[in-house]
Design a protein around this ligand. Structure first.
Ligand SMILES: C[S@@+](CC[C@H](N)C(=O)[O-])C[C@H]1O[C@@H](n2cnc3c(N)ncnc32)[C@H](O)[C@@H]1O
Length: 285
């Protein structure tokens, strides 16, 4: 039987996209593309989704009761023949210019050289393709810090696809330690390091930040609020005196709680993009 793919489009915007994406990955989606007002999930297989569709319908109905009007809208299902699937999936990924220094592209596109650092990311199962505001703001702040003075060493907590670690290596950071507690993310990051020809400058690890003893002049963590609050103590201890800490994955309303928990830091810059906030903090000596 010919292999087919199911594509599900859901009208959804804001953080609820992350909630829906997690659910769809659990249901077997192997690729999700988030846009401004909708997301698309791809399911491999020969089935037409007979079992999946009622599950998704029930789940989204529940979400519509929780989230305010209009955040979760209509759904559409489409069956894609295998021969058309690559084009359907690949068509969503375009090269993206981020900040002054970066261009992020999927490996099947060779963007025009324009003096920027090229980061290839295979859009796979790990977060960090460069489309999300939090990733983009982190890269912009990394760019700013490295332009002032290269930190030499850096820690990337929750590396996902490895995009921030690769960005730091591209800007000349000689030693980046990149952590993630998800083996799927670590595999994706490993593949992306290879794709970008980065060997030696970035070390991947599943160690928890609490087990580290070294300090770094630059620490970046783009993770959800609850995790950031939980790891505030260990994260704070890993930053050098006068070192920089970039925190992202926060909604605007989360910022006061984060500022209270990460005491001993001065706010140097805050970037608000859509509903997301990213903070650049500097540790007081
Ligand atoms: C939002 S993604 C960020 C990916 C990438 N750094 C970026 O900026 O696009 C967060 C990542 O943090 C990882 N993560 C969540 N909790 C963690 C923890 N306690 N320790 C290490 N990594 C964690 C997740 O597996 C995920 O890959």
């Amino acid at each position: 039987m010919a292999v087919r793919w199911l594509e599900l489009s859901v009208q959804a915007q804001g953080p609820v996209q992350d909630t829906i994406s997690s659910f769809l990955v659990e249901q077997g989606s192997t690729g999700i593309v988030c846009g401004d007002r909708s997301l698309r999930a791809f399911f491999p297989g020969t089935a037409d989704g007979t079992a999946l569709r009622p599950l998704v319908r029930r789940y989204l109905r529940g979400l519509r009761d929780i989230f305010p009007d209009g955040l979760v809208g209509r759904t559409r299902w489409r069956v894609i023949a295998e021969k058309n699937w690559h084009d359907a999936w690949r068509g969503y990924f375009k090269p993206q210019r981020i900040g002054r220094s970066f261009i992020v592209a999927p490996p099947w596109i060779r963007p025009k050289e324009d003096g920027r650092h090229l980061i290839f990311i295979e859009p796979a199962m790990a977060f960090g393709t460069g489309t999300h505001e939090t990733t983009r703001c982190c890269l912009e702040l990394i760019d700013q810090i490295c332009a002032e003075k290269s930190p030499g060493k850096a820690l990337d907590v929750g590396t996902g696809s490895g995009i921030l670690a690769i960005g730091m290596a591209r800007l000349g950071v000689r030693e980046v330690l990149a952590l993630d507690n998800d083996p799927v993310a670590l595999n994706a990051a490993r593949a992306n390091l290879q794709l970008n020809g980065i060997d030696g400058a970035v070390t991947l690890s599943d160690a928890s930040v609490g087990r580290l003893r070294r300090r770094f002049p630059l620490v970046v963590a783009n993770i959800i609020l609850e995790t950031l609050l939980e790891m505030a103590g260990p994260l704070t201890r890993r930053v050098d005196a006068r070192g920089s800490l970039i925190l992202s994955g926060l909604l605007h309303d989360h910022v006061p709680a984060v500022r209270r928990r990460f005491h001993g830091f001065r706010l140097v810059r805050r970037k608000d993009r859509k509903e997301w906030s990213t903070l650049l903090l500097r540790k007081e000596p």
